[in-house]
Design a protein around this ligand. Structure first.
Ligand code: NI
Length: 277
């Protein structure tokens, strides 16, 4: 029987501090910045748990949602309103980065078979940063969100004014018009056993700023050399953003580019060889 996936979200608040015991203050400060500050700082974490399974013929459910909620509340007792380094046993040796916390939450949840087959744990540190763990030791995905505003007009030069109007409607307004684009960059790779990080986030931010944000923010997409003569659609833009970033990551490999053109429209590109779901 085919499987159905379901995802449940639950929030908790916790403090953490980054630092490596064997390093001196200067090195910790250089690698971890303000995350090394004593006694730590906190976040409102959002835990997203995806379980998969066959639909029970009697209940019509994959898993009883009430039971799932109870288990999530139970396991989060250990983490909610706690200092992850000091109050939990998991981060004596490991740094509580989003990647490592996601992996720990996976282990805690995997020990509770009553929630069904665990497929993915995604942990948001805030709205801009999340880590994904799918049960492969030492491997994770990290998604960072960015914003840029840009103009475009959808108009094909080989088509008549009427044909363009029919095809693109308001998007063919001579204006042009613009959008607040929201970009989601997902990197996959190995969690560094010392820093607990898959990729250094400030370095990733600089790469995205240099190769994407500086180029497109407050610009006319139709004048971009790689979009001139092509349609500046969300599809074409998502593929261009992938091409601009795929060989410029500081670590890991690019897993997907997500692009929201409006609150109601989202595009995703996972590269040439990843046409499969
Ligand atoms: Ni933090």
């Amino acid at each position: 029987m085919p499987e159905v996936r379901l995802t449940k979200r639950i929030e908790f608040a916790a403090a953490h501090r980054y630092g490596h015991k064997a390093w001196d203050e200067a090195r910790n400060r250089a690698v971890f910045g303000a995350c090394f500050n004593e006694p730590g700082h906190g976040h409102n974490y959002m835990l997203e748990v995806t379980v998969a399974g066959e639909v029970d013929l009697q209940t019509g459910m994959v898993v009883n949602l009430y039971d799932l909620k109870q288990v999530l509340k139970e396991i989060l007792e250990e983490f909610d309103h706690k200092h992850l380094n000091l109050d939990t046993p998991y981060f004596r040796e490991k740094i509580p980065t989003t990647e490592n916390i996601a992996a720990v939450l996976w282990d805690v949840l995997a020990a509770r078979p009553e929630i069904g087959r665990l497929e993915k744990v995604r942990l948001f540190e805030d709205e801009d940063l999340s880590a994904e763990f799918v049960g492969i030791a030492g491997q994770a995905g990290l998604t960072k969100r960015y914003h840029f505003a840009a103009a475009h007009r959808l108009r094909h030069r080989d088509l008549s004014a009427e044909q363009n109007q029919r095809l693109f409607g308001k998007c063919d307004s001579p204006g042009p018009h613009g959008h607040n684009y929201v970009l989601h960059v997902t990197v996959q790779g190995t969690i560094d056993p010392i820093t607990g990080m898959l990729v250094d986030i400030p370095t990733l931010d600089r790469a995205v700023a240099e190769h994407i944000l500086r180029r497109f923010d407050h610009q006319d997409l139709d004048r971009d050399p790689d979009l001139t003569g092509r349609m500046a659609t969300g599809e074409n833009l998502a593929r261009l953003l992938w091409n601009l970033l795929v060989n410029r990551l500081p670590a890991g490999r690019l897993a997907r580019i997500g692009l929201s053109e409006t609150r109601g429209m989202y595009y995703e590109y996972r590269g040439e060889e990843a046409g499969k779901p």
